[in-house]
Design a protein around this ligand. Sequence first.
Ligand code: CIR
Length: 255
Amino acid sequence: FEFDNAIVRAPASSVVDGLRAVDRGAPTLAGVRAEHEAYVAALEAAGVSVQRLPALDAFADSIFVEDPALVFPEGAIVLRPGAASRFGEAAAIAPVLRSRFATVLELPGPGFADGGDVLVTPCAVMIGLSDRTDRIGADALVARLAELGRTGVVVTTPPGVLHFKSDCALLDEATMLATRRLAQSGVFEGYRVLLTPDGEEGAANALRVNDRVFLGDGFPRTRALLEAEGYRVVPLATSEIARIDAGLSCMSLRW
Ligand code: CIR
């Protein structure tokens, strides 16, 4: 969770058509832009140098730059997003990664993996199987991670949850924030787990960045819980991006 660099992508005007499991109304472009701007400003305030990529109108969900790639200080991996409408985002991000990293690996087909299903912890890289990340993709990713000297561990994501990280975030070396449904699956054995209060499951897609934790601003009980545990919380608006099933990890690639 210590990051010097990040890549973000400006929201496309097509973001109003972003994928969503349940339609609670489209977000507004102005609303998404405002949430994205505040997020980028919060990254910079946390000491992160941010590269801003131009909007890609052909890809409604391309603001969620975390999904088509994985980055580490030692190199990057171009992924194969599991949603058909997002598959081309990988080819769009690849040249950017090649300009930033000496080592850029590619996930071989035919499997799929989304970055939203990948949680980097100090001891392992957890890969959650989901509707977007299949077993073939996850196993191929474990092999690519090994080439970067990282250990991948394949785990499951509860049914109905878009991405593994929709339901969890690393808070520090030893602590996870997670929903009860994910924690109950036993994937965080050995970690201290702080559970999101009932009704605040969306808070789990939080993001630790250097000395602070970015948290959706609609989750007062989670905020109180984290502050009582001594975390410095930065509340950020997420109500517009939540309409297209996104949270705070999705909008950047960080290393
Ligand atoms: C999608 O369904 O792909 C987008 N509407 C939301 C992606 C959120 N990304 C993430 O959780 N890493």
